[in-house]
Ligand binder design. Sequence first.
Ligand code: NAP
Length: 248
Amino acid sequence: MPLANQIAIVTGASRGIGRAIALKLASQSATVVAVARSQERLANLAQEASQAKISGTIVPRVLDLSQRVDVDAFVEQVAEEFNRIDILVNNAGITRDGLLLNMEDEDFEIVLTTNLRSVFWLTRSVSRYMVRGRYGRIVNIGSVSGIMGNPGQSNYAATKAALMGFSKTVAKELARRNVTCNVVAPGFIATDMTAVLPDKYKESLKPLIPCQKFGEPDDIAGAVAFLASPAAGYITGQTLAVDGGLSM
Ligand code: NAP
């Protein structure tokens, strides 16, 4: 079990991609602190994990990352409870789509805070423990929108592109301490986030994807689990597109 005795924090773990990541890491024996706003969904996740008799554990923690919450206190609590933090997966993210000419300040701001500022707060805080422990794996969830741009997503694409520059810099700063930082950039994945898109639009996208279909949350979870594992120690500062070939 590659993640035995490891402690992971996964944000946005109550649904979709984050949920799949949390279950994948727990299935490889990690103790996963699962973060989101919905206590009920997190409790269901923890219950599902314990009923599935997987070797790891899910520990639910409610935190709203759209606001300047006390991330340091949260991270300190995790470190005190478990003595270490080995893996951080910054996955929580939202969209507030709209064309640039109509985009409201609030729609830009809330996407910026949830998708980018919270990543800065958590990464800064968790890095202190990783540097001290001389080990760490940080995986940030980007998007093909950050690589290619996407009409209606100037706010979202800006945050996802920023994650790549942020991650390369963190990677350069922390490499000597055996802490890696990479980005996984999903294409279109079947979750609540894409369920709201009109069917006609979704069908029009499929011919643009070389694999001709949307991905599943597990497709992303597999890539994240690899980059979060000890086996990926010589990979840092990279963006891995998991998008059925869309961004090639
Ligand atoms: P999703 O189904 O909408 O789930 C989003 C997750 O983030 C939920 O667990 C949600 O939990 C959590 N979250 C949202 N706002 C939060 C907040 N303020 N504080 C804490 N947690 C919050 O989205 P998804 O499709 O799984 O996306 C996951 C990540 O992949 C995102 O970063 C997204 O940008 C990225 N991505 C997705 C796709 C795709 O096609 N689905 C493509 C490219 C990139 P609560 O509601 O319980 O808080």
